[in-house]
Design a protein around this ligand. Structure first.
Ligand code: FE2
Length: 429
């Protein structure tokens, strides 16, 4: 007897009437037409044709800053640079307890939205490493229900901050998972390139992944991603390195961009744009027309590069909004990149699920036999409708156990002769 059978599910790849059988916290059978007659289970969940997706994954976040909006003041200009200055003001005021408390509160929001894996950068430029200690504690605490991966991020520059190198190595020694960097924040282009060399060497020596805040500027000549692809190739790190943001690519000369994208594909670099943040922070020095600033997502995908979208910020010095809803991220990415074909809209859903799972290296992820029984039941008929509606997460399940549930969204109507409720789903065709 199985523990759980989910029947009549629609999957993100378009398969319909799928049954997913769960035993011992894992999928043991997944196929079209599988029902309780063929697979008797202690508990049967009728998905009623709605979407069952693997959990959402956020490939790029800052959990040390989240929910700190307004502390010690709000970002008046809304720019990246004022956000960094504001974070500098807040850092000396932080306590380990307050960081952990806010991070745990955010993890609750995330789980309720079906977001069960997050890669978070953690600033290592505070010599006390308070945020590192706090988030390592949080990582352990949430491990039963959320995979939290940490990146040692030298926010003030690996070379520009005199203590960053020592602190980054300390953070890695303490158990931070991934090597971060910020080459465009160094004093010179040469220092930026040198930081790519040294940070990739550290990762290669320690057998770690790399995730670089790379070229988060509107300057078309910010080309550190070129150095990143070179070091990736030189050190044999193919498939283990991420270029995050990559916003300068938006403004690059098309000829150079076409060469660069080839180099990135060759190095099997992953790319993590952050649509909500890129569209609000980039183009701030422009008058009109204002650049969108997000990197070239359709072109990267066409070259075979894995693209995962990140949320980056929620209620912090850089972004005053957000709720841990990766469908909001997917919707913004879709709009900014003008990815409006059916295939492209599905690609945007993949960018907040399977593609980001690849970036984090989540080996146990996916709606497949043998994988962990982690999934989200959405109030939507398919992946595109899920994005359109920012669909309600009816059930969030991990290892076959329900972590969160939400009531279906609907409005009760009082129009004579019309339906008594609407829920915005497309009528059946
Ligand atoms: Fe970031």
């Amino acid at each position: 007897m199985l523990d759980l059978l989910v029947r009549n599910a629609t999957l993100p790849d378009g398969r319909r009437h799928v049954g997913l059988a769960v035993s011992g916290g894992r999928f043991v059978e997944v196929r079209e037409g599988l029902d309780e007659k063929a697979a008797p289970a202690r508990e049967v969940l009728d998905a009623a044709g709605q979407l069952v997706s693997p959990p959402f994954v956020d490939a790029h976040f800052h959990m040390d800053a989240t929910l700190s909006y307004g502390l010690p003041r709000v970002n008046a200009s809304g720019t990246l640079l004022e956000g960094i200055a504001l974070w500098g003001e807040l850092k000396p005021l932080l306590t380990e307890e307050a960081i952990a408390e806010r991070a745990l509160a955010y993890c609750d929001w995330a789980v309720a939205k079906g977001l069960l894996a997050i890669r978070s950068h953690v600033d290592v430029c505070d010599p006390r490493l308070l945020a590192v200690e706090a988030l390592l504690h949080v990582k352990q605490k949430v491990a039963p229900y959320l995979d939290l991966q940490l990146v040692a991020f030298p926010q003030d520059g690996f070379y520009r901050d005199p203590h960053a190198k020592k602190n980054l190595l300390r953070a890695l020694d303490l158990g931070v998972d991934v090597v971060g960097g910020i080459p465009h924040g160094e004093r010179t282009m040469a220092d930026g390139a040198a930081s790519m060399k040294e940070l990739c060497e550290i990762a290669a020596e320690r057998g770690l992944l790399v995730d670089i805040h790379c070229d988060e500027t509107d300057d078309p000549l910010s080309r550190h991603v070129e150095a990143l692809t070179y070091e990736t190739q030189r050190l044999g790190l193919q498939g283990r390195v991420v270029g995050s943001h990559l916003t300068s690519m938006h403004s690059m000369d098309n000829y150079y961009a076409s060469k660069l994208i080839g180099l990135m594909a060759e190095a099997q670099l992953h790319a993590t744009p952050n649509p909500l943040i890129n569209i609000t922070l980039q183009g701030r020095h422009d008058s009109y027309p204002k650049r969108r600033g997000m990197t070239r997502v359709p072109e990267l995908l066409a070259a075979g590069i894995n693209v995962g979208f990140g949320h980056d910020c929620v209620m912090d010095p850089w972004y005053s909004l957000g709720s841990g809803d990766m469908l909001e991220v997917a919707a913004m990415g879709l709009h900014v990149a003008q990815m409006t074909s059916q295939t492209q809209m599905r690609q945007c859903f993949d960018a907040v699920t399977v593609n980001s799972a690849r970036i984090l290296g989540l080996a146990d992820y996916g709606l497949e036999v043998g994988k962990a029984a982690d999934f989200v039941l959405l109030q939507a008929g398919d992946a595109i409708e899920a994005i359109r509606l920012r669909a309600t997460r009816l059930l969030v399940v991990r290892r076959g156990q329900v972590l969160a549930c939400s009531a279906p969204a609907k409005a009760v109507m009082s129009l004579p002769g019309r339906p008594i409720a609407v829920d915005w789903r497309a009528p059946p065709r």
